[in-house]
Design a protein around this ligand. Structure first.
Ligand code: SIN
Length: 509
């Protein structure tokens, strides 16, 4: 078993992990461990951009209010204030790194609008903001000698000794061997868990690994019941959860029924630009009422050249599927998008486990409350990476290495394709249960039944893990089950509707 010692271990390569790594490399050695290629993260798929008060008619107070209203009053006000007030500095820093945000003719930043925002304040790069940002961060990180990359390395478990996180046990997928990463500090930045649900905008890698690993070593988790469903995932057999950015609605596209009639005005004064939980529920209600599997976005009346220029990725993707967004209605349906809760942190990203920080989607900082305001998540990743860095920069050496003994760790991890079909089937079962019972509308009785069903899948997993050698696939199944049970458990314990957690009276049939 290989052993690597590093001052700081970063698990995950999205905006939060990369930002922290770049900063932390000035005070010590950093290893970035990620289970796929570095570019693969939810950040890469973020279309909308970063919410930031930039326009003189806007104010921090308005952004703060919008965040709290979207979060249904469940937000941590200190987290909200800190994130909102630091946004302009984060944008400046990204521009210094070479990120080229869209600009107006007068060279000012072009500000988009999204649901729940009372002002235009989304700083963006067309409809591929995340990709441009992550490319810039990666380029910077790769140029820093203190940062080592371990791509295709699957974190199996966090390691704990004397109540302190001491690193992680990791499976090297290509070379088929376990590696112990022994660190002074470990940064969990593993992203979200969309794949716990059958319908999701998230990539295949979003299997809740961070929530499961943190839970396994006793980290506190909170607010896991608040799963945000994005209203407009492209509805097409070959769309693979492709997102139609809310920014398209910010540019004037409207949600409509198949006959082209608008309906959102019946649900909220902001119509198609209401907070996300309200829009998703409205779409879902209309789909149920009219026995439809999707509704539509109508962008046909918008100026087509501008539409194509502003949304090139959406235009191209839809065109590939024979949907010309300048001429055709765009079929959409809600899909799981973002976990608002997660591993509880303080304002500096510290968890209750000494030596363990959590950043980005996996963390629960309290910013999002019960429903995240659009385009606040990339911002949260940047601000909390900065806070965490400020917190660790003067005390890194107060965290001595606690050596991990090789004998403490079992070494039965192999890439074994034998059980793949069963594993795939069990993952699908979890997704179906979660979509049906912990989806947009929930009820207590069915969630209790669903929790038992998850228990049966967990039993099947346990049996499988006793008879087969662990593989990344099997570990993903473990993580999906643990995360699903966390979400369902938290949801069962909240007996009133709040934000994305919506309880209805009637049973599903
Ligand atoms: C979108 O572009 O609609 C997604 C942005 C976000 O999730 O904040």
């Amino acid at each position: 078993m290989n052993k690597i010692e590093t001052d700081i271990l970063v698990l995950g390569s999205g905006i939060a992990g990369l930002s922290l790594a770049i900063k932390a490399a000035s005070i010590g050695n950093v290893c970035i461990v990620t289970k796929a290629a570095c570019i693969e993260s939810n950040t890469r798929l973020a279309q909308g951009g970063i919410a930031c008060v930039w326009d003189e008619n806007d104010s921090f107070q308005k952004h703060i209010n919008d965040t709290i209203i979207a979060g249904d009053g469940h937000c941590n006000i200190i987290a909200v204030n800190t994130v909102v007030q630091n946004a302009p500095k984060m944008i400046q820093d990204l521009m210094s790194l070479g990120v080229k945000f869209n600009k107006n003719k007068d060279n000012s930043l072009e500000l988009g609008r999204e649901g729940g925002h009372s002002n235009h304040r989304i700083v963006h790069i067309n409809d591929e903001s995340g990709l441009a940002i992550v490319n810039a961060l990666l380029e910077k990180a790769r140029s820093i000698k203190n940062i080592s990359f371990y791509e295709h390395h699957f974190a199996i478990d966090l390691l704990k000794k004397e109540e302190t996180c001491t690193g992680a046990l990791v499976w090297d997928i290509k070379n088929e061997g376990t590696v112990i990463f022994n660190s002074r500090l470990t940064i969990l930045a593993t992203g979200g868990a969309g794949k716990v649900f059958e319908q999701t905008t998230n990539p295949d890698i979003a299997t809740g690994d961070g929530y499961a690993m943190a839970n396994n070593i006793g980290a506190d988790l909170a607010d896991m019941e608040f799963v945000q469903f994005h209203p407009t995932s492209l509805f097409h057999p070959n769309a693979n959860g492709f997102l139609i950015s809310e920014a398209l609605r910010g540019f004037g596209a409207e949600l409509v029924l198949p006959d082209g009639k608008r309906f959102m005005q019946n649900y909220h004064i902001l119509g198609s630009l209401a907070p996300r939980d309200i829009v998703s529920r409205a779409i879902y209600t209309e789909m149920q009422k009219n026995h439809l599997s999707c509704l539509f976005l109508d962008a046909r009346s918008l100026p087509s050249v501008e539409l194509i220029n502003k949304f090139p990725a959406i235009y191209q993707k839809c065109l590939l599927l024979d949907i010309d967004i300048t001429k055709n209605l765009i079929p959409i349906a809600p899909a799981a998008h973002y976990i608002c809760g997660g591993v509880v942190t303080d304002i500096n990203g510290r968890t209750n486990i000494k030596g363990l920080y959590a950043l980005g989607e996996v963390a629960c900082t309290g910013l999002h409350g019960a429903n995240r305001l659009a385009s606040n998540s990339l911002l949260e990743g940047l601000v909390f990476a900065e806070n965490a860095f400020q917190n660790i920069k003067n005390n890194l050496h107060d965290h001595p290495f606690k050596k991990i003994m090789q004998d403490d760790i079992s070494d039965n991890f192999r890439n074994n394709i034998g059980e793949q079909n069963i594993i795939k089937k069990l993952k699908q079962n979890v997704g179906e249960i979660m979509w049906k019972y912990a989806g947009i509308k929930r009820n207590q009785k069915n969630m209790l039944l669903a929790y038992d069903k998850l228990g049966l899948i967990e039993d099947a997993y346990t049996e499988l893990s006793l008879t087969s050698i662990s593989t990344p696939d099997l570990l993903e199944l473990r993580n999906i089950i643990i995360t699903a049970k966390l979400i369902m458990g938290f949801a069962i314990n909240r007996s009133e509707s709040l934000g994305t957690h919506f309880l209805e009276e009637t049973d599903y049939n």
